[in-house]
Design a binder for this molecule. Structure first.
Ligand code: HEM
Length: 416
């Protein structure tokens, strides 16, 4: 601990760095089309209609798009044919200072690193995280009177998801707002910078330097104190791994996917609920029931998903659903269209909170399903449920920071 304090004194950390802030404003290019729910949803419905009629997946130049639910599941399951390494490894490496499971194809190394990740996640007391979140949500909303307004991104879901992440991973020290700014910039470049915008990359590379230093310093402090800790980092350090680099890369990789995914999903779910009075009333009746809330959240997210597509890269010349795919081509799983496939989602236009949870594709599937599922299972319904319990009486216009929802004001009809 003493050496950690000494280092902090010699090299004071900034608490804010404008060079890692994602600027406000609507997303550019094709991403602008995703900044509202209606057009992408109707495109998805048309897409699944055509995919079921035409039977084979679409081809657009060197890209193949699979839309039927069975084809999306097949594509995600056939990881030897449709790999992820060519999609994610480069950008993950640029910011994480090494590989992470989400950028690795099936291999001995992936199996080893995946096992380390899931064993560490299983060792954490998630009930304690849920209780802490419940208390924090209640405290924040207690300050809002009946008829008052709350801003649900930076005023609620983003800072609280960041706190869950700090507790889960074991990173109490990184300063705000630098912490959340850095993680957002890294997510942007790693998963959403398809056009390789150099400004997005530059922000992420700088932010990656901060993130690596935070985790390395935390590991050094724990090694020095001899107390590994009860969080995910502690669980990784107790595993007796060959070196600490795997622990650092695993914490970094997971951290990046944990904050803005949650905040963006909550904003989109609340926006969908807030524009339909009858729906808001149905959801409010289930506000105290976590399982029903999970169903409502999955449904609202189907209408306006966090990510409507997933990318893979053909590792060999092959075929899917009767469509030939050449080695090296990009294959896109249109997960939103698949979640309107009536063969799996009967009456797909209706919001029904009692659908089979296993049918949703929000969290991917196959070899790389979202590792945050046990956290998402409580965090998203707790955040949305707390708002629903207070009566979502209306929502304002969504404001953006590039591809991320950044501001959404919600009016609450009831008092605490
Ligand atoms: C609503 C919130 C979230 C959404 C919508 C989401 C979505 C996803 C999706 C779609 C994938 C698969 C990507 C692909 O196949 O290309 C994924 C993977 C992953 N997610 Fe999440 N995620 C969320 C929250 C979280 C949280 C809270 C964490 C960590 C606590 C997390 C950690 C991960 C990790 C580590 C992977 C990679 C798993 C692997 O490669 O085996 N995610 N997520």
């Amino acid at each position: 601990m003493a050496s950690d304090r000494g280092r902090a004194a010699a090299r004071p950390e900034p608490t804010h760095d404008p060079e890692v802030v994602t600027p406000p404003g609507q997303p550019g290019g094709l991403r602008r089309l995703l900044a509202e729910p209606t057009l992408p949803r109707w495109a998805a419905r048309l897409g699944i209609f055509l995919a079921r009629r035409g039977r084979v997946p679409f081809r657009i130049g060197r890209r193949v798009v699979v839309a039927r639910h069975e084809h999306v599941c097949e594509m995600l399951a056939r990881d030897l044919d449709f790999g992820i390494e060519a999609v994610n490894a480069e950008t993950i490496g640029e910011v994480n200072g090494g590989a992470f499971v989400l950028g690795m194809d099936r291999s001995e190394r992936l199996a080893e690193e995946r096992r380390a990740l899931y064993a560490a996640l299983a060792a954490v007391d998630l009930e304690a995280l849920e209780e802490a979140l419940q208390a924090e949500v209640a405290e924040r909303l207690a300050a809002v009177p009946a008829g008052g307004e709350v801003e649900v991104v930076n005023g609620l879901s983003r800072p609280l998801a960041a706190r869950t992440a700090r507790r889960l991973f074991g990173l109490p020290k990184p300063p705000e707002p630098l912490f959340t700014d850095a993680i957002r910039s890294i997510f942007y470049h790693t998963f959403l910078n398809q056009g390789r915008d150099p400004a997005v990359r530059a922000r992420a590379v700088k932010a990656g330097g901060y993130m690596r230093a935070w985790i390395t310093d935390e590991i050094a402090a724990r090694r020095a104190s001899g107390e590994p800790g009860e969080d995910m980092l502690g669980a990784l350090l107790r595993q007796g791994l060959a070196d600490d680099d795997l622990a650092r890369r695993t914490i970094g990789g997971m951290l990046v996917g944990s904050i803005d995914t949650t905040a963006s999903s909550v904003a989109k779910i609340v926006a969908m609920i807030g524009r339909d009075r009858a729906l808001a009333e149905s959801v409010a009746r289930d506000a105290g029931n976590l399982a029903r809330m999970r169903g409502w959240c999955a449904e609202a997210l189907r209408m306006w998903p966090h990510n409507p597509i997933l990318f893979r890269h053909a590792r060999a010349t092959t075929a899917i659903g009767g469509r030939d795919v050449a080695k090296g081509e990009t294959v896109i799983a249109w997960t939103q269209a698949a979640m309107f496939d009536a063969s799996v989602f009967p009456e797909p236009g209706r919001m029904r909170p009692d659908r089979d949870a296993a049918a949703y594709l929000h969290f991917g599937g196959g070899l790389h399903p979202c590792a945050g599922r046990p956290v998402n299972a409580f965090q998203i319904p707790v955040l949305v449920g707390a708002l629903a319990a207070r009566g979502i009486a209306g929502v304002g216009r969504m404001e953006w920071a590039g591809p991320f929802p950044d501001r959404l004001t919600v009016k609450l009809s009831r008092g605490a």
